[in-house]
Design a protein around this ligand. Structure first.
Ligand SMILES: [Zn+2]
Length: 136
């Protein structure tokens, strides 16, 4: 995969390097233990600068979601319909990303999802986890 270099800066380089390997990482503050996303130079909670990188499980829960059926611009014309969700990842951060794969357009609040990385752009996306026989 090729990560768009315009997305990378000094604070986010470790994030993108991990994403290129299919790994999701977050910054964790050594002072207040907040886990944050997106990457920043300082902790957004306490302004501490003692940030370390931790590996995420890549699992999360859908907090909110929508299905886009009318393209917002020509760039998205061939992508509709597509689903977008706000996901609370198990380590704490919130990520807003596309939902892809089987059942994506049926995504619901509370669904369990797992991160995947777009093969072309390296951007994080989420897939719905296989659910039980709820018939939802
Ligand atoms: Zn902090």
């Amino acid at each position: 995969m090729t990560v768009d270099k315009s997305l990378v800066n000094g604070d986010s380089e470790p994030y993108w390097a991990a994403a290129a390997l299919g790994r999701l990482v977050f910054q964790k503050c050594g002072q207040c233990s907040t886990v944050q996303f997106p990457p920043r130079h300082h902790c957004a909670t306490c302004w501490g600068s003692d940030l370390d990188w931790i590996e995420s499980s890549g699992r999360g829960t859908v907090e909110s979601c929508t299905v886009v059926r009318r393209a917002p611009s020509y760039a998205f014309a061939d992508k509709v319909p597509y689903a977008v969700a706000s996901v609370i990842v198990d380590e704490g951060p919130r990520m807003i990303a596309s939902v892809v794969g089987e059942g994506a357009l049926d995504v619901r609040i509370g669904d369990a999802v797992s991160v995947v990385f777009d093969a072309d752009t390296g951007l994080p996306q989420f897939r719905c986890n296989q659910s039980g026989p709820s018939g939802g």
